[in-house]
Design a protein around this ligand. Structure first.
Ligand SMILES: [Zn+2]
Ligand SMILES: [Zn+2]
Length: 376
């Protein structure tokens, strides 16, 4: 039994409120998912073509560089750009974005598309931007003495917050969460999320309780496919895996097209594109609570996740970050944030949610079927 790996596949149909018809996929249970027919599902990952830019540097023009610029724009590296009409020229703006990216991910700041950098760029990752509203809070936004060098830290406090440091207010310490009813998740899947929430409640005064009342829940969790109405469309297998909004939004979306591994050993999955659900859930809950991305590779809040890997334990950086927002759990015996270093100007402000995406949020007619596929 231990060797069996279960994959949850979710097919979700969606339509906007303006479209009355919705799509439904009946009797999906037992069907062979399309990815099983593919010789190598990872070759379809949306960013793999970027590896063709190996060695590319300033002054060159290459077909498709505009797509790389859009990638950087999506994750906040083109703060001044309107993110439209990118050229295929390796211009100064791209070089600047690339250097910032390299700093954030502890790479050699070459300003060129060297192999190490490309390797990092094509990794599946969280859809949240690394730089929000132009202010970088990862390595590139810190003085060099605060930056990580490999795995060694010069100091603690690499965790980051959203601009304005939004967090759940003091009178909201017992938060509820609900699953998008149309997803019809099994108890086994729900248990994965409960376990992910527990990682954060263990080190804070926060508690998380599931509720059936989706409309009144503090936190809402849903699997969506492609464009789902918030301006941040998902992109199929790998690429962007999930995203979540800062407090007090509570919205947490996962890409329904990923090959989510719910139980079993993800590192032994036969699927190159297998992604561990709890690993992603622990990360996104960090965003729901107010944490941004960290440059510390071992931290849960590091932006990328390699497929077929599992990382569900909070790192010291994560714990220090979350405890500087909410304080510790009196019953917790592990490392605590003894010298929390807040990085922003006004962390008492629990302002509005950070809209890294369009404010439009019209979703209707979600129908989903979850099916368990026994792989071996
Ligand atoms: Zn993230
Ligand atoms: Zn979304």
């Amino acid at each position: 039994m231990e060797d069996r790996v279960f994959v949850l596949t979710l097919l979700i149909s969606l339509s906007s409120a303006s479209v009355s018809a919705s799509f439904f996929f009946p009797n999906i249970t037992g069907a062979i998912p399309p990815w099983q027919k593919l010789p190598n599902a990872t070759s379809l990952a949306p960013w793999d073509a970027f590896t063709n830019f190996s060695g590319c540097h300033s002054g060159e023009t290459r077909d498709g560089l505009s797509k790389l610029k859009r990638y950087f724009s999506n994750f906040g590296y083109f703060p001044d750009s309107s993110s439209s009409n990118f050229s295929d020229d390796f211009d100064e703006e791209l070089e600047k974005a690339l250097k910032t990216y390299q700093r954030n991910f502890n790479l050699n700041v070459t300003g060129q598309l060297d192999d190490r950098t490309l390797e990092q760029i094509v990794r599946p990752r969280c859809g949240n931007a690394d730089i929000v509203n132009g202010s970088s809070s990862m390595n590139s936004g810190k003085p060099s003495s605060f930056q990580t060098v490999g795995h060694l830290l010069h100091t603690t406090g690499h965790y980051t917050f959203f601009p304005g440091t939004p967090r759940w207010p003091v009178y909201r310490r017992d938060l509820t969460y609900a699953f998008l009813p149309g997803n019809e998740l099994t108890d086994e899947v729900k248990a994965v999320f409960a376990s992910a929430f527990q990682k954060w409640s263990a080190v804070t005064p926060l508690t998380f309780t599931e509720t059936d009342s989706y409309s009144t829940s503090d936190l809402t969790i849903g699997f969506y496919s492609g464009d789902h109405g918030d301006g941040e469309p998902f992109d199929g297998v790998l690429g962007t895996l999930a995203h979540a909004f800062s407090p007090p939004s509570g919205r947490f979306h996962l890409d329904a097209d990923e090959n989510w591994i719910v139980s079993g050993d993800v590192t032994r999955s036969a699927l190159p594109s297998a992604v561990d659900l709890e690993t992603v859930a622990v990360h996104e809950i960090g965003h729901l609570l107010g944490l941004g991305h960290s440059s510390v590779e071992d931290a849960i809040m590091y932006p990328t996740v390699t497929s077929r890997t599992r990382k569900v334990e909070l790192g010291d950086d994560d714990i220090q970050g979350i405890q500087s927002l909410y304080g510790g759990n009196p019953n917790y015996n592990g490392p605590t944030a003894t010298t929390p270093t807040t990085t922003t100007e006004d962390w008492e402000t629990s302002g509005g949610e950070i809209p890294y995406s369009a404010s439009r949020w019209i979703l209707a007619g979600f129908l989903a079927i979850g099916s368990w596929i026994l792989l071996s």
